[in-house]
Design a protein around this ligand. Sequence first.
Ligand code: URA
Length: 205
Amino acid sequence: GPSLQRDHADAVTLGELRHDAEACTRCDLYRHATHLVFGEGPETAEVVLVGEQPGDKEDLSGKPFVGPAGRLLDQCLEEAGVDRDRCYVTNAVKHFKYQMRGKKRLHSRPNAGEVQRCAWWLGAELDLLKPKLVVALGATAVSSLLGSKVRVMRDRGSILRPPGQFDILVTIHPSALLRIREADEKQRSRLAFVQDLKKIRSFLR
Ligand code: URA
């Protein structure tokens, strides 16, 4: 059917693409966010990590995965033997969506329309980067990259190769680990996440 998406050809560098994204009004999330949080990492990265959306710290700093989830991601990548600095790190949705609870800004989940609107930017980043592997961290990244047929808990740890697309490693979001209270379960889940992340290594030789 008719598409809202123009092609991605306008911006020829990630810097230009970021500049264009900073003026984005494709959905309403720009209205209450401090910064658009664009992806970060080498233009030559062969691996792209995709999260959900910026959190409070990311919104304030303009950088992806710098808050609690980002610290945990860094630790797990290190345990998995993956150098974050060689990866390009971005999000499925590039503005922080939140609700006020007192003085706190609490993360709220982007809806399908917001994810779909923002998938245009993610697609444009991937078109420029042409990575060997994309890592989908959690359900929002999975639905943006792969649609609704892929399920995180059923498909995690597998690398999917949709026709005409990049290889996509499905795994959980590090925030899911932060929410687990029970110590043994937390440890088990963390180890399973590190196991998934080890699959990145053969793409970074
Ligand atoms: N969670 C995400 O999905 N992305 C970030 O950048 C930070 C937290």
